[in-house]
Design a protein around this ligand. Structure first.
Ligand code: UD1
Length: 423
């Protein structure tokens, strides 16, 4: 296991290129299961989650090469239609192989993903949506066993008490693309990564109306073809670098990003008093002598993303006054709070809201990541803390940040990856 050793206190300076989006790359790679044609994806980030998915797709009959940032997926013959526990437990998103496997092979078994560090993470909406399309689903020895003789289009509302579900929308979209008849998903997720999946499916020959709106109509087709497609920039990686730039009071330009996907984040940053210059694919952050406390509530897109809630909590620690950070998607997603407390942060969590009493310098110490985004938050905290911060269990961070320490080092941070003896 590795850890990060961070000597905090350097203001980040310079420019950083944003990688392709993890949450777009994963479903777009999975969509290759819908066709026997070649799927070529550009701008794919180098991440542990992508490696895990490559292993899973290889078990499902695909041969994959990953050169530079291009993934080439070819079909070599499907032998087994099972997503095993040892891969699904490493990456919950694996559950979206259900829809395409069912559509192509009429039967599949996918390990139940289970909970995660910040809550139960149910999959009832995935099961509801696929059942509506005619799938017979049972839970058997920790596996979802799904069968169907013919998927048939249906209308459905795919939302739970916290709103629409990104991966359930993906799962149903992929199954519906090859179903007989028309499927209508009311309350489809609006996240850009979900919209990208729809756009790529259309390029593969799917018939989808209402892309980018919450009501999506999918008219099933008999066959989908191969495709060549470029992955959008990672808005969460971009937001993490913005948080790190502000937390260290740096001057940073993020390049190759999609500012349109970050509007809710940029609004908060502008409200804090930072000077933000927005270009077509660049965002520059500077002049922020007296940043103000802020309020943010994590909600489905286009509102503030839950995946930036933890890094922005670290940022709030550096700003005088009380910032209010609420979580409207995963009410228990506050595992970073105790670790930030070890660094001297004063944060009260009341229900689904963190009240951050900021402005006191954080002090480096040993902290431990327990999920991807709380790991990123601890790095942001370490970058602006005094002394040395050791962030343990950074395999969580490797799941979702491409060349994180290299990019931060290029911006002037002192951060090193070391072997960790604390397991
Ligand atoms: C995706 C993202 C994740 C992000 C999340 C919310 C990927 C690979 N992951 O995860 O980074 O944090 O969207 O933006 O794209 N829910 C149910 N039943 C279900 C499914 C979800 O109740 O069957 C609930 C969840 O517990 C949560 C809410 O719906 O409260 C939204 O979760 P969802 O959009 O499904 O998250 P994921 O798609 O798993």
């Amino acid at each position: 296991m590795d850890k990060y050793v961070i000597h905090g206190g350097e203001s980040l300076k310079g420019s950083v290129r944003i990688s392709g989006s993890k949450n777009a790359a994963l479903p777009l790679m999975v969509a290759s299961l819908l066709t026997d044609g070649d799927v070529i994806l550009h701008n794919v980030p180098h991440l542990i989650d992508v490696e895990v998915l490559i292993k899973l797709l290889s078990r499902l009959g695909k041969s994959i090469t990953f050169k530079g940032h291009t993934v080439h997926i070819r079909e070599i013959g499907v032998k087994k239609i099972e997503a095993p526990y040892e891969l699904v437990k490493k990456m919950r998103a694996s559950v979206i192989v259900l829809g395409p496997l069912l559509a192509r092979h009429k039967h599949c078994r996918v390990s139940l993903p289970g909970g995660c560090a910040f809550g139960p993470r149910p999959i009832d909406l995935h099961i509801k949506g696929l059942s509506k399309l005619g799938a017979k689903i049972k839970i058997d020895h920790g596996y979802i066993d799904a069968r169907v003789s013919q998927l048939r289009g249906a209308s459905m509302i795919l939302a739970g008490k916290y709103g629409s579900s990104v991966l359930a929308t993906d799962n149903v979209l992929m199954a519906a693309a090859l179903a007989k008849g028309t499927t209508v998903i009311e309350t489809a997720a609006l996240e850009p990564e979900c919209v990208e999946l729809m756009r790529m499916l259309v390029k593969m020959g799917a018939s989808i109306d209402g892309i980018g709106t919450s009501v999506v109509r999918i008219k099933g087709v008999k066959k989908l073809t191969g495709v060549e497609y470029t992955i959008i920039p990672d808005r969460i990686e971009a937001g993490t670098f913005l948080a790190a730039a502000l937390a260290t009071r740096g001057n940073v330009t993020i390049t190759d990003c999609e500012p349109e996907h970050l509007m809710s984040v940029l609004e908060i940053i502008a409200g804090m008093g930072a000077v933000v210059k927005i270009g077509r694919t660049e965002i520059e952050i500077k002049q922020h002598k007296a940043l103000k406390a802020f309020s943010a509530k994590a909600m489905p897109y286009p509102l503030f993303p839950t995946d930036l809630q933890a890094p922005f909590t670290s940022l709030a620690c550096t700003v005088s006054g009380v910032s209010t950070i609420a979580e409207g998607i995963y009410p228990d997603r506050f595992t970073h709070v105790a670790e930030l407390g070890r660094m001297g942060a004063t944060i009260d969590v009341e229900g689904n809201t963190a009240l951050v009493h900021g402005g006191k310098k954080l002090v480096g110490c040993d902290v431990q990541a327990s999920d991807l985004r709380n790991g990123a938050a601890l790095v942001v905290a370490g970058l602006c803390a005094s002394n040395t911060t050791s962030v343990h269990r950074i395999y969580h961070i490797d799941r979702g940040y491409d060349k994180f320490e290299e990019k931060l080092t290029a911006l002037g941070a002192s951060i090193e990856r070391e072997k960790d003896s604390i397991l």
